[in-house]
Design a protein around this ligand. Structure first.
Ligand code: GAL
Length: 459
């Protein structure tokens, strides 16, 4: 038997705004990412997703390429503003048609669709009318959108992910102003996060009440987390690393598995952290049929006892680190991707085991893992040895985590093809397939062939 166990799900992942393009076609409304990226100064080189990979027009051939890769699962997201151009109101049939065709194409090719309902492209109207995720109204709007998607696609879609990485939405959008709506605050992220969690729980509730019995699908949430390694074995640093994980993953996973925020957050964030009612706690607890995890990198943690004026880490993903009293750093010996993210395969294993222990050994799906490396096309070939090494290293540690009892059931490489990497535009390439953004020609990279062989070997 393969070291990944029987029926392990091999997949690749993308998201709507990063690949579709056709930003204003066939009745689609504008999302906050359309608006943000079309304003100069927000995205590197003033790039935007107006065309992106033009997947909207090329989905059939893209599905063929996914099928040729040998994966049996494809994770993509639905653009809310294709279905509901304003975020609510009348359904845009052409948006439904696009995803119907995509889903049918996938199924015809033996590929199971895994559908994310929200991968950051909030309808601009909802941003304008309710302050986006800061307004409580958003919870009902998301529930309504989810309901429409379950009704339209649930006869064929059996794997749903409500939200992609609420941590990123809250921190990068409402704390660090890197993503829209570009707010800088040390309290707004907690309010946005609260509404994200409630929106997730309401969507799950509606699915379970109206659809799950007849459609027999599963639904969950995808959270992102780096691993946090104590810088040494001093108890203060060990505690600080644990705290950092609670502020990162526990923030969004504790409510879903335990019904409330981690105690360390409640104690430290004080009245900036909203409180769940008892009914909300009950609705949240158990609201994920599986543990969706996006994992990319690792950082080391030292307790910040404020004894020295230490410059806070320049590395991203610190969250609101002053609430955590942690000092983050990386080991200079670690290799790095072109994002500047450290390559630490064992961090993946440790995180999987941590999740298994903290959350009662749930079924885990890595819904994203991958890396950015530059790779051009030379003589019709695109060589990316760094990505092959990265994927190999992380997958071997996934197998090690399984050997230690973690119930990892699937793995989706991020990403199927190079795409719009948010505020970094097209400067970072995460794909197994190279995309020439002038001609839109796709060329499989070395890693595409390698992943295909690896899946075959480990089936
Ligand atoms: C994730 C995100 C993806 C992708 C990836 C690489 O946070 O869900 O959309 O951009 O990071 O940065």
């Amino acid at each position: 038997m393969s070291k990944f166990g029987e029926n392990f799900i091999w997949g690749v992942a993308t998201s709507a705004y990063q690949i579709e393009g056709a930003f204003d076609e066939d009745g689609k409304g504008l999302s906050i990412w359309d608006t943000f990226s079309n304003k100069p100064g927000n995205v590197m080189n003033d790039e935007n997703g107006n065309v992106a990979c033009d997947h909207y027009h090329m989905s059939s051939s893209d599905v063929k390429m996914i099928a040729d890769l040998g994966v049996k699962a494809y994770r993509f997201s639905i653009a809310w503003t294709r279905i509901l151009p304003q975020g609510y109101g009348e359904v845009n049939q052409k948006g439904i048609d696009f995803y119907n065709k995509l889903i049918d194409d996938l199924l015809a090719n033996g590929i199971t669709p895994w559908v994310t309902l929200y991968h950051w492209d909030l309808p601009q109207t909802l941003q304008d009318e309710h302050d986006g995720w800061l307004g409580r109204e958003i919870v009902d709007h998301f529930k309504n959108f989810a309901d429409i998607c379950f009704a339209a696609f649930g006869d064929r879609v059996k794997h749903w992910i409500t939200l992609n990485e609420p941590w990123v939405v809250a921190i990068l959008g409402y704390g660090q102003a890197v993503f829209p709506p570009a707010i800088t605050s040390n309290s707004a992220p907690y309010l946005a996060g609260h509404h994200l969690l409630l929106a997730h729980a309401e969507a799950v509730q509606i699915y379970r009440q109206k659809y799950q019995q007849t459609q027999s699908g599963v639904i969950g949430i995808t959270n992102n987390c780096d691993w946090r390694e104590p810088i040494d074995d001093h108890p203060d640093n060990i505690a600080a690393a644990e705290r950092a994980l609670e502020f990162f993953l526990g923030w969004f996973a504790d409510p879903v598995y335990k019904g409330n925020y981690p105690q360390s957050m409640i104690d430290r964030v004080g009245d900036r952290l909203p409180i769940f009612t008892v009914e909300e706690q009950e609705m949240l607890k158990g609201s994920s049929d599986f543990f969706g995890l996006n994992h990319y990198t690792t950082m080391m943690v030292k307790n910040d006892d404020h004894s020295a004026d230490v410059e806070q880490s320049v590395y991203g993903n610190g969250g609101i680190s002053e609430d955590q009293d942690v000092i983050l750093s990386v080991d200079p010996a670690w290799g790095q991707t072109s994002m500047g993210w450290s390559i630490v395969p064992w961090g993946c294993r440790k995180l999987l085991v941590w999740i298994a222990n903290r959350y009662g050994n749930p079924d885990i799906y890595i819904t994203e893992n991958g890396c950015s490396f530059d790779a051009e096309v030379v003589n019709g070939e695109s060589a990316d040895p760094g990505r092959v090494e990265f994927l190999h290293g992380y997958l071997e540690e996934c197998a090690n985590a399984i050997a230690r009892g973690a119930k990892l059931k699937g793995y989706f490489a991020w990403s199927f093809m190079d795409n719009f990497e948010w505020a970094l535009g097209y400067s970072k390439r995460f794909g197994l397939v190279h995309v020439d953004f002038e001609t839109l020609v796709r060329t499989p990279k070395t890693s595409y062939h390698w992943y295909r062989d690896y899946i075959k070997e480990n089936h």
